[in-house]
Design a protein around this ligand. Sequence first.
Ligand code: TMP
Length: 208
Amino acid sequence: MSAGRGLWITLEGGDGSGKTTQAGLLEEWLRAQGRTTLRTREPGGSEVGVLIRDIVLHHRGDIAPRAEALLYAADRAHHVATVVRPALERDEVVIQDRYLDSSVAYQGAGRVLDADEVRGLSLWAAEGALPDLTVLLDLDPATARRRLDSADKPFDRLEAEREEFHQRVRESFLALAAAEPERFLVLDAAQDPAVIAEAVQARVAALL
Ligand code: TMP
């Protein structure tokens, strides 16, 4: 169930799985098809979200797991209401880096909160809105870590977590995809970016 008349595509996967690259390639392709697109992300896809993003990714010191889950949910509530729904109502294609599946994977499996409660919280925040398509870029955490290392940027609070955390996140994403095969497209993120982009385009073409 999407939130309006446009098309809503989310990209999910671990840190370093190539979501931003694929979002860019998909946007280019959609624009070439004559579609109006909106690139956005969570956390941080609205003005309020930028403030929340700074807290969840860069606060020095602990944030209690439930507080972290609520901060992501607050970002989501404001983002869906003020950015995503209006764009879908304008018949745009929304290409979004991360959505509620990230909360289930990171706060649920990663921080070991109850996955159904975390999902329920996000659905409440977003008034039940779910994307038309979720592309999961699946990559083993060791390869992802090597990519992040070579990017030479300081790690944020979540990226800095240990490999076991990221392994749980990966398994949770795969379980979510298996539970909702009609919403998810799972792709091996170790492939050439152009090959991944073609697979995404083929699936999106069927939805346009
Ligand atoms: P990114 O925008 O660079 O992917 O960083 C966002 C980080 O926040 C990433 O490590 C995943 C994490 N995250 C969660 O833990 N829960 C969420 O609900 C979302 C959207 C992101």
